[in-house]
Design a protein around this ligand. Structure first.
Ligand code: ADP
Ligand code: MG
Length: 311
């Protein structure tokens, strides 16, 4: 599950969002190969619970099997911090609102080496050094710093689109990189990301069990489309959405963003190790809403692929 710096950042940012953070700051040193720091202003972790947070299968988010049926948080397996701290020099500092002091927990290669009170600001600061120092073979698979940075940057851009009310910022070896304002204005954010796209169109569509917010910035004269999709705030590259969106957008090149919202009970987010794929109870509605949105925004009736999607 932890493959590279971007996977660490993804898990950490999901935790920050689950903790209600409105500011998330990511700092990378040598593309995250030397150090990754993720800081948030979320609810924090109580001193006594710090060791539990990094223990395997310990999650504060799910208590019963029924709760697993309707996950509203981004994390739920209680594995991320345990996996990351097993393969790095890991440190978390955290303080909850109202607690006088915060806590510091340090784990090296899975072994707890420090747990002590510390003064720190409200929220959580995670530091991951020497990722995979315990697994030299895995470490060798990391790409250049620039390439790891690009993955993290694109991940943060996706998070920013999904959460326009959260201010994300990124720094690379101390130099400021991407940042979003967190002012909640998704249109302005997309214009920033797409370099003032010129024309930018938005619509909403819905079916019985889901709703879709869709954005399109046409690329005049191009033949390709870039499609990003989110389901309940989670960036997914689901095969169903990909094939539906791919065939529907081919005729209408441009940057497309699809944001689906639905009752989490109608979704299985637990089928993929990095949660990048989801299973819909009503996949036909996904297809229908994409089709409607493309029609609304482009005025074209999209040509459908031969294979019918089950309803
Ligand atoms: P999961 O997210 O699946 O619960 P994780 O290993 O990612 O599992 O995190 C374990 C627990 O640590 C979480 O359930 C949460 O209680 C706590 N935690 C982790 N990161 C944060 C954070 N940034 N702010 C507050 N709590 C956190
Ligand atoms: Mg998590």
């Amino acid at each position: 599950m932890v493959e590279r710096p971007a996977s660490v950042v993804k898990e950490a940012v999901e935790n920050s969002l689950d903790a209600g953070a409105t500011e998330v700051k990511v700092s990378l040193y040598e593309g995250g190969k030397v150090r990754i720091v993720v800081e948030d202003n979320g609810e924090g972790i109580a001193f006594d619970e710090l060791p539990l947070a990094a223990a395997r299968h310990a999650t504060s988010k799910i208590r019963t099997v029924e709760e697993l049926e309707r996950i509203r948080t981004l994390g739920f397996r209680g594995e991320a911090l345990a996996s990351i701290s097993a393969v790095s020099r890991f440190e978390v500092r955290s303080r909850r609102e109202g607690d006088e002091t915060g806590g510091l927990l340090r784990i090296e290669g899975g072994r707890q080496v420090m747990h002590t009170p510390v003064s720190c600001r409200r929220g959580t600061r995670l530091s991951v050094e020497d990722l995979f120092y315990t697994l030299p073979a895995r470490r060798k698979f990391l790409k250049s710093a620039a390439s790891e940075e690009r993955r993290v940057s694109s991940l943060l851009r996706d998070f920013a689109v999904a959460y326009p009310s959260v201010a994300f910022s990124e720094s690379r070896d101390g130099k400021a990189g991407f940042s979003s304002s967190g002012d909640g204005d998704r249109e302005r954010l997309l214009r920033d990301l797409w370099g003032d796209a010129g024309e930018l169109r938005r619509c909403e569509t819905g079916a019985s069990h889901l709703s879709l917010e869709c954005w399109w910035a046409p690329f005049p004269g191009k033949t390709r489309s870039l499609v990003t999709s989110f389901v309940n705030g989670r960036a997914v590259s689901d095969p169903l959405i990909r094939s539906a969106a791919g065939s529907l957008c081919r005729a209408c090149p441009g940057n497309w963003v699809f944001l689906f919202s639905l009752d989490p009970e109608l979704l299985d987010a637990n089928i993929h190790p990095t949660k990048a794929e989801v299973r819909f109870r009503y996949p036909g509605e996904v297809f229908d809403t994409i089709q409607q949105a493309v029609l609304k925004l482009s005025g074209r009736v999209p040509s459908l692929p031969g294979a019918a999607v089950p309803s």
